[in-house]
Design a protein around this ligand. Structure first.
Ligand code: CTP
Length: 403
């Protein structure tokens, strides 16, 4: 039984897909789960509480109080291993995105400390509406999991996206998540991301076009596997709200070096994805530099190389991963960096690959482990590339542990 002993709250809201929930409850119970059902009043029109209480073998709750008795939403939120909101109507999604709390489902959601899975169900145009997109992004940013909608015939007669995922698929997804464990639980990781700015004077700097997206995706992929991540992030508009990530904002290569060295002491994994300036102005002017001659030169001096520094102090139980952004002789240069900086793996980006490198939402990477062949991966989203990097780090660490 893939959900043996798991405690699940199913919250049913007002969408036609609610007619599938007795089947969903049956499958959850068959998989070994203890299921408690909550409903909004709108859901009552699509499925009866009697049907759901019969299959779950527990009373179905709709109101914060049932006459004289208070339905303790805090207790329910603490009891569950997972909360599943299925189907989640556009209306409930809007409430979840904005913290509204006018019914029991919202009260339990706000009190829940367990992972929350949201299975949206609505008509194609509602699903595509910018406000829905916005609400989906918001609830995702709060750390909730979205169960992908299906494609097919909708209640309106239209055919398109927006159907609630099939009950079988929801159960598989839930089981996959609850059983996956957290292979990096109890592990501390360091990630550097974004550009650095090296000040010339109070209004100018030397920087680069890095956005920090790749490094943030790696921090999130590590945290999703249970790691507690320290993210040392250069000037970037990007951010993460993942509860397992602590972000330390820095500006210069020197600040990045100081924070990374400090955090590395307690970390088992470090991924240095920041695009760090190799040189900084020898002097930073206190006042704005005035225009004078037709030519001017700026004296530069080398910054600390954080990856090389961590490579020097690394212990055998620490896994150190660097990046290499190259434009020519990519593999050769990356291999040299791997050796010179004593990393366990280099993630290579070539600027010659379309859709790779700074600014894109995609990346095309090659993993270059110290031991073994280079692994060239296809063009994929930065999230998927981050997942592949983290999976390979786990593989390296498992191989290490079994030697
Ligand atoms: N790096 C670092 N500190 C620096 C420069 C680079 O920690 N001062 C790290 C980057 O975060 C990356 C790796 O080193 O993980 C390689 O960065 P890259 O700029 O490609 O290499 P460099 O050593 O700077 O070599 P070059 O610029 O000559 O290619």
């Amino acid at each position: 039984m893939i959900l043996a002993g798991k405690k699940i709250i199913l919250a049913v809201t007002g969408s036609i897909a609610a007619y599938k929930t007795p089947q969903l409850v049956r499958l959850l119970v068959k998989a070994g789960a203890d299921v408690r059902v909550l409903m909004t009043t709108a859901a009552n029109g699509f499925v009866t509480p009697l049907a759901l209480s019969t299959v779950s073998k527990h009373p179905v709750l709709t109101d914060v109080s049932n006459g004289s008795a208070w339905n303790n939403h805090v207790e329910m939120g603490l009891w569950a291993d997972a909360m599943l909101i299925a189907p989640c109507s556009a209306n409930t999604l809007g409430k979840l995105a904005n913290g509204l709390c006018d019914n029991l489902v919202c009260a339990v959601y706000l009190s829940a400390r367990c992972p929350v899975f949201i299975a949206p169900a609505m008509d194609e145009d509602m699903w595509a509406h910018p406000s829905t997109r916005n609400n989906i992004n918001k609830v995702k940013a709060y750390g909730n999991h979205i169960v992908p909608v299906g494609h097919g015939e909708l209640a309106s007669g239209l055919v398109g996206e927006g159907r609630m995922a099939e009950p079988e698929d929801i159960v598989t997804l839930l089981a996959g998540f609850l059983n996956a464990g957290r292979p990096l639980k109890g592990t501390k990781a360091l990630v550097t991301a974004g550009p650095t700015y090296e000040r010339l004077d109070p209004v100018r700097f030397i920087g680069n076009f890095s956005t920090g997206k790749m490094g943030i995706a790696i921090a999130e992929a590590l945290a999703d596997k249970g790691a507690e991540v320290t993210l040392v992030l250069g000037p970037s508009h990007e951010k993460t709200t993942h509860p397992l990530i602590t972000t330390i904002r820095i500006e210069s290569a020197h600040e990045l070096y100081t924070q990374a060295v400090k955090a590395f002491a307690n970390c088992s994994i470090a991924v240095l994805a920041a695009a760090v300036a190799d040189y900084r102005p020898l002097e930073t002017a206190n006042e704005k530099i005035k225009k004078a001659e037709s030519e001017m030169s700026i004296a530069l001096t080398k910054t600390e190389d954080t990856l090389a520094a961590l490579g020097k102090i690394k212990t055998p139980v620490q896994t150190l991963v660097g990046f290499a952004l190259e434009t020519t002789n990519e593999l050769e240069h990356a291999r040299k960096k791997l050796e010179a900086k004593n990393a366990d793996m280099i993630v290579l980006n070539s600027l010659r690959d379309e859709g790779a490198g700074f600014g894109h939402d995609t990346n095309k990477i090659t993993l270059l482990p110290r031991a073994g062949e280079a692994i060239a991966l296809p063009l994929q989203s930065k999230q998927d590339a981050a997942g592949a990097i983290v999976d390979y780090i786990l593989k390296l660490r498992n191989a290490e542990a079994t030697v």
